[in-house]
Structures are given as structure tokens and as C-alpha cells.
Design a protein around this ligand. Structure first.
Ligand code: HEM
Length: 158
């Protein structure tokens, strides 16, 4: 009984974490960044960094949970043999997208991105806001493609 519940539970934890993480990314992209245009230019990036600091912690925890639950399912379902094959492209996509966020959230953001944003934002708040909006929009589109590919992949399409 318990072992029957483990896989659905892992999948639920995985999908719920994806919902909260990508939902947050969608909110920042479609609501927060456009709304910042109403603030004076010099306040736009400091306000963004304040909001991002709060969401950043959530995003880090969620990305770790997605990775741990995904890796556990990969092992239990013996899906690793599909990696690098045409039928496992959806898995490769999920892992690549996840690795990109690990790099962004745990390495690039604390090491360089925040400092550079602060500097650029002081010089030109509007250009920096537009650059952030474009970057977030690209990540959101990639996320939607990865989720769609995951759903098709689990149904055995591809
Ligand atoms: C290390 C990273 C990841 C690994 C190892 C991984 C692995 C897996 C595995 C093994 C499944 C279940 C397959 C099945 O039930 O047959 C799954 C489902 C899923 N994954 Fe991931 N995943 C990872 C990251 C991601 C990311 C970054 C996203 C989205 C942005 C994502 C979205 C999904 C979705 C939506 C499903 C459910 C699909 C469905 O049941 O229809 N995963 N993942």
C-alpha cells in the first residue's frame, strides 16, 4: 500500500513545486515587471530587487524539491536509460531547464547578477527593466515548452 502511494506522492510534490515556481516566474514576468514602469526610473530596479529577494528564497527551495523528487522518480521508474535518446527528449529538456535555474539562482545571481543589476539600474532604470522583462519572458516561454513536453512525454508521445 505504502509503496503504491510513493510514486503518485512524488509526482504530486514534483508538479505542485513546478506550479509554485513557474507560477511565480509568470507573475514576475506578466505583473511585477510591467507594473514597475509606473515608478520613477531610479526606483524601478531597487524595487524589483526587493521583491525578487523574497521570491528568490522560495524559488531556491522549490527548485531543489523539483530536482530531488524528479531524480527519485527517475530512479524508481528506471527512466535513466531514456536520457540522451529521442524518446527521452522531454526528460533531457526538464533536466537542462532545471540545471539552468540552479546555475542562475545558486551561482550567477549571488555572485554577479545582483551587483550588476544594481549598478546598471542606477544608471538607466528603464533600459534595465526592459532587459529583465525580456530575460524573464524567454525563461517563461522555455518553462511552458518544458511542461508541455513533460506532459506529452509521460503520455508516451515522442
Ligand atoms: C532534475 C530535474 C528533473 C527531473 C530528474 C525530472 C524528472 C521527472 C520524472 C521522472 C517525471 C515523471 C515521469 C512519469 O510519471 O512517468 C516528471 C514529471 C514531470 N515533470 Fe519533471 N523532472 C525534472 C525537472 C522538471 C522541471 C524543471 C519541470 C518544469 C519546468 C518539470 C515538469 C514536470 C511535469 C509537469 C511532470 C508531470 C507530467 C505528467 O505527469 O503529465 N520537471 N519529471
Amino acid at each position: 500500500m505504502t509503496s503504491l502511494l510513493i510514486l503518485p506522492l512524488l509526482l504530486a510534490v514534483h508538479v505542485l513545486s513546478v506550479i509554485l515556481w513557474i507560477g511565480g516566474l509568470a507573475f514576475v514576468t506578466t505583473v511585477v515587471l510591467p507594473a514597475l514602469a509606473r515608478l520613477p526610473a531610479a526606483r524601478r530596479i531597487p524595487a524589483f530587487l526587493e521583491i525578487e529577494r523574497r521570491f528568490g528564497l522560495q524559488a531556491r527551495v522549490l527548485v531543489l524539491v523539483v530536482g530531488a523528487s524528479g531524480a527519485d522518480m527517475l530512479a524508481r521508474l528506471r527512466l535513466a536509460r531514456l536520457l540522451g535518446t529521442v524518446h527521452g527528449l522531454w526528460l533531457d529538456g526538464m533536466i537542462t531547464f532545471w540545471a539552468l535555474f540552479m546555475l542562475l539562482l545558486f551561482v550567477l545571481e549571488p555572485a554577479v547578477l545582483h551587483r550588476r543589476l544594481r549598478e546598471r539600474g542606477t544608471r538607466d532604470g528603464e533600459a534595465t527593466r526592459v532587459m529583465l522583462l525580456r530575460g524573464h519572458a524567454v525563461l517563461l516561454i522555455l518553462a511552458l515548452i518544458v511542461v508541455t513536453a513533460a506532459v506529452f512525454g509521460v503520455q508516451g508521445v515522442g
